[in-house]
Every structure is written in C-alpha cells, then in structure tokens.
Design a protein around this ligand. Structure first.
Ligand code: KIV
Length: 243
C-alpha cells in the first residue's frame, strides 16, 4: 500500500514546531485561522496581512515539513494580483500557495512563474453560503471530477478535496496523477488533513469529518484554575519560584 500523505494546519510558532517535530508531510497555514484563532465568523473576513503574519510565524518553527500559505479571499482575483500576492507569501518562507476553486488562468500564471500551487475543490469556504457536502448528484460530481482533471493537467502540486462523497474522491484520486488530500472526503484520497485546533479540542467546530484526539481546552482550564487558586491561597510564588 502506498504511504498516505499527512497534512495538518498550524497558525503560530509553538504549534508549528510541535507538528513539524511529530513529522508530517505538509503544514497548511489555512485561512481557517480566521475562525480558529482570530474569532471571525468565517474565512471571508481574514486579510492578506493577517495571513502573511501567521504564515511567517509558522515558517519560523518549521524545519522539515513543506509549508503551504493559504491565499485569502480577494487576494487572487486576477492573474496579476494573484502573482503579486503569491510572491508576498513566498517572502514568508512558505513553499507553496493554496487557492480555492477552479481558476485556470490564475493557476497557469503562478505555475509559469515557478510558484507551486495547491488546489482546493469541493466545499469552498471562501465562497460558500452554507457548509454542506458537495458533488452529491451526478452533474455536480462530474463537474468537480472534470475540474480536478484540468487542474492536474495544468501541473498543480496537490489537490485538497473538502466535503465530497468518498466514492467521488476515490474516482478523482484514481483519475489524476496529482496527490489528493481529503478532509471529509473518505479513506481513498492520497492523504488526509484536519484542522489542528479541531483535533486537539481547542475549537467549537464539530463536523462529522472531525475526530478529536485531545482536550486542550480542559488542559488550559485546569492550568489556569490551579494557578488562580494557588495565588488566591498564597501558595504561589513559593520559595522554589522566588529569588
Ligand atoms: O483553511 C484551512 O484550514 C483549509 C483546510 C480545511 C483544508 O483550507
């Protein structure tokens, strides 16, 4: 069996360092940071400056994984703006940029200029009004499949498939040479990605596609509660922690 590719999000230096040390193929500085760490209601509100700031923090902590800067909404509307802004991403030290949707002219321009591109099809949070599974009927499924094939021909490096039926993701993965990375797209993709804060229990999001592997919210709550209690009771700082 072919080794599965692993992608994980990270948005800051300390978590990027941990994820990189664990050893994953790709670290995505996703625009999901809008909700997960900046408290916006969706990914439509995050700015280019905010994305660049977080991407820079992540690349400072990464030694081994390939890093992917996620171009936010309105930063790649024309080939000219896409190229200018993708180059800004590269100044942060990231290795590739990700764009949402089927945008052949943008993809062609970036690749022609030596920029590695990660595609993203299926549920596209930058333009979706509601988050729901995409490509369920034959027509919409075939559209995603044909766009995936065209993007593959253009030479993208990776393709993220978000919230599509597992059988469609399998068909796409078997039809193209670009590796596919699934999120809510079943077991038959070339690899999988989830949002770090979702798997560690540090976000409010609870989709069917998410599996929780930790409860960092409770860890933080316990630590802060214990610190508060120690200070209120006069137990901290003790001799050991005083000069
Ligand atoms: O922004 C993000 O984190 C993403 C992943 C969900 C693929 O696009």
């Amino acid at each position: 069996m072919k080794k599965k590719l692993i992608m994980m999000t990270a948005y800051d230096y300390p978590t990027a360092k941990i994820v990189d040390e664990v050893g994953v193929d790709y670290i995505l500085i996703g625009d999901s940071l809008a909700m997960v760490v900046l408290g916006y209601k969706d990914t439509k509100s995050v700015t280019l400056a905010e994305m660049l700031h977080h991407t820079r923090a992540v690349t400072r902590g990464v030694r081994r994984s390939t890093t992917i800067g996620d171009m936010p909404i309105n930063s790649y509307e024309t080939p000219t703006s896409a190229l200018k802004n993708a180059r800004l991403f590269l100044t942060t030290g990231c290795d590739m940029v990700k764009i949402e949707g089927y945008k052949p002219n943008i993809i062609k321009t970036l690749i022609k200029n030596g920029i590695k591109v990660v595609g993203h099809l299926g549920l596209l949070p930058q333009t979706a009004d509601v988050y729901r599974v995409q490509g369920k009927d034959e027509e919409s499924g075939n559209k995603i499949l044909s766009e995936a094939k065209l993007m593959d021909k253009l030479g993208i490096n990776l393709l993220i498939l978000e919230c599509i039926p597992a059988r469609l993701a399998k068909r796409i993965t078997e039809s193209i040479k670009t590796p596919t990375i699934g999120i809510g797209a079943g077991i038959n993709c070339s690899g999988q990605v989830l949002v770090l804060h979702d798997i560690i229990g540090l976000s409010d999001f609870q989709g069917k596609m998410i599996k929780r592997y930790g409860n960092v919210t409770q860890e933080i709550r316990n630590a802060v509660t214990n610190f508060k209690q120690d200070v209120l009771k006069g137990k901290f700082p003790d001799k050991e922690h005083s000069f």
